[in-house]
Design a protein around this ligand. Structure first.
Ligand code: GUN
Length: 288
């Protein structure tokens, strides 16, 4: 029997907790409501969809959001100018630059220019480095969402063998770092696999927990996993024309063999969005 890990339900419970914190620490003290800035470049339909859902989540919970949408032909210096405005604006508590960027823009220069105190994505090297050194900082939302979903469902990672598929800076690298931390939740043993790992199934067949974030629909098949393993699907692949979203896990062959599985949609997606809200509130409480 496979149990589906419901991210929607948990995310709405966490939103209630965030709301209570906003009431207690912000509204009752007559402080300004938290304010998230979002910078979006270009016309990628998936980036526009992600950003719209982040704005909607903010609105639902009473966090203010401001979107700056730059056209795809904008230059790196145009984007840097908008980042500098957000860095300097005392009314913005934290902000994100939606990734990926247009090819002519250097992503490293962009991330380096974000004030680490406002980096609610946790992508700036100062925050990422602190995370790797097990210091307090902003941690990337998807990784936090995965850890929270496991923790709230009482799934231990301590002593488990975890295989992460995909080494992205947004998901694969941060979740690998967080799961091996010498703290709770942590103490997992992680193998980070990627597009140059030969015979990935040699690793996945041994794994207690598999996290798939490769952006290839149906990549992880039932025959690649051990019976009773826990499968976390981070994929959000839009199937054009069909208006359907597919995960990186081949649901039909994995369902029934895994003990737990995150659905797509309704698994890691809502958990990621709620963790961005949590980081925004954290920035508002830290920075003022
Ligand atoms: N693109 C895909 N996921 C993310 C995310 O978590 N943050 C940003 N800024 N861009 C993304």
């Amino acid at each position: 029997m496979t149990k589906l890990l419901n991210g929607n339900q948990l995310a709405s419970e966490i939103k209630k907790e965030i709301l209570k914190k906003i009431e207690k620490n912000i509204l009752h003290k007559k402080k300004r409501i938290p304010h998230l800035g979002i910078i979006l470049t270009g016309n990628s339909s998936s980036s526009i969809t992600y950003v719209n859902s982040k704005i909607k989540e903010c609105k639902n919970i009473g966090i203010k959001s401001s979107l700056v949408h730059l056209p795809s032909y904008s230059l790196e210096k145009d984007l840097l100018k908008e980042i500098e405005k957000m860095n300097k604006n005392p009314l913005i508590d934290g902000f994100i630059v939606q990734l990926p960027l247009e090819k002519h823009i250097n992503q490293d220069n962009i991330i380096l220019s974000i004030n680490p105190k406002k980096d609610v994505d946790g992508f700036h090297p100062e925050n990422f480095g602190k995370m790797a050194l097990e210091m307090k900082s902003f941690y990337p939302a998807t990784a936090l969402g995965i850890l929270t979903l496991l923790e709230k469902n009482k799934i231990k990672i301590h002593g488990k063998y975890i295989v992460v598929i995909g080494r992205s800076k947004i998901v694969g690298k941060p979740i690998s770092i967080l799961m091996t931390r010498k703290t709770y939740p942590g103490n997992g043993t992680v193998t980070l696999t990627h597009s140059n790992t030969p015979n990935i199934e040699n690793y996945t067949k041994q794994a207690d927990i598999i996290i798939v974030a490769v952006g290839i629909p149906g990549f992880l098949k039932g025959k690649m996993i051990k019976k009773g393993s826990i499968i976390i699907d981070v994929g959000i692949n839009t199937i054009k024309n069909k208006k359907k979203i597919l995960g990186d896990v081949d649901f039909h062959s994995v369902y029934g063999k895994a003990s737990y599985l995150t659905p797509v949609p309704g698994g890691i997606g809502p958990m990621t969005r709620v963790m961005l809200l949590k980081n925004t509130l954290k920035a508002a409480l830290l920075n003022r």
